[in-house]
Design a binder for this molecule. Sequence first.
Ligand code: PFF
Length: 468
Amino acid sequence: MGKQHIVAHQAATKSVDKIPVTREGFITGMGIAAATLGAAVGLGNIWKFPFLTGANGGAAFLIIYLMSTILIGLPIMISEILLGQRAKGDVVTTLIKMAPKGQPWWLIGIAGILSSFLILAFYTEVVAWVFAYVFKAVSGVLLSTDPDTNMAVFNQLITDPVQSLVWQWVVLFAIGCIVLLGVAKGIEQTTKWLMPILFVLLVVVSIRGLTLPGAGEGLSFLFQPDFSKVTSPMILTAMGLAFFKLSIGMGAMMTYGSYYRNDQHIPLTATGMMVGDLVVSLLAGIAIFPAVFAFGFEPDAGPGLLFVTIPAVFASMPLGSVFVVLFFVLAAVAPIGAMISMLEVPVAFLRGRMGLTRLHATLITIALLAIVGSTVALSNSTLAHFQPFDMTTFDFYDFLTSNILLPLAGLFICLFVGWSWGFSEMQQTLSLSDTRWNRYLTIVLYGIIKFVTPTLVMIILLSGLNLL
Ligand code: PFF
């Protein structure tokens, strides 16, 4: 290790040591890994990934999604965590601290808070349906093999304003309680338990899928690419999914980074999380597609795949009544870590910048979410006529965040790290965890963040939105 390197390391450590010791943080390395993986894993893996893969032609989409994850998702995830770990603040404070005086990079933080709100508004409603489905599965309502009957059950739920609202409040109450417990006792402890449970459930359900006769067709749908399906909007969708999946571009990773211990190896943790998240998505695909094909259903059922096709698939298989319960418990457990990471973004902001207590910050955020969320909960009933840009509020929030706000924020995070924060700051922060951090790897990572990722995001964004 060079002398310059040691000095840089000491300087970085010193500036971080000035942070008051009272700030909350994760306690163990394992806890950090669980919380970060918990933030990434969610309904994205079990609901969005399968239906988008199904609707966009299977393996070709999977390959573009993989490339977006590695070349775009991972570098942005590392950048966000690095900034948070270094600044030890909420999204806005972090960017104000790290940026040269007077430059408005903190706007990325504001965009992140807005995205986390809008995502939570529709995400909590999908989780609300899943919660309702756990009860339906247990009480045997989901045992029809006929998708039309299941469609009627689903429609009855989403067009009922009372059920839609109340289940969303149950979800908001649950995540509010966890976040109230704080970073170590709430977030870290919860995700440390949830992740192994989720994994075991997923493996059990995918083994069931794989052992069905006729499972091969589903596997080849998932793994044999047909590149004629590749179009610019499809590439934009794949990139949007990569952002959504890794929880980047909205400050969740930056906020969690601020709770990281200084000795946490960020590139290794982020890469591990990316791989872990991919494994969960692939397992979910393996749990779903072979079964869908084995029982002669269509894979491209859109968002309804989870609520209409899946129950019919389970009802068609031996022991289906047990597996349908397992599956919806799995789908209810998976998004909890993701929701608390999103909720923590505005909560940390209200605490950090407005000086509120955790209790007040959480209560205010949950109350606001109940209001914004109701525009989604009621989008199939009372507010059905309200269609911004000819979309339901649900689709509008999803499109606006995944396809526009998250990529834009990600783009500006790369531009900030690459062109404003700079190589030596990045190198210093990286060397906090490992003084032998390989300089050549840092150069490669920096080059990707500075040139490759922003160029790709820009091209995909412009062509996907038909602006190129
Ligand atoms: N990554 C989560 C999922 O795939 O379900 C969703 C999500 C969580 C998106 C947190 C954004 C976020 F900040």
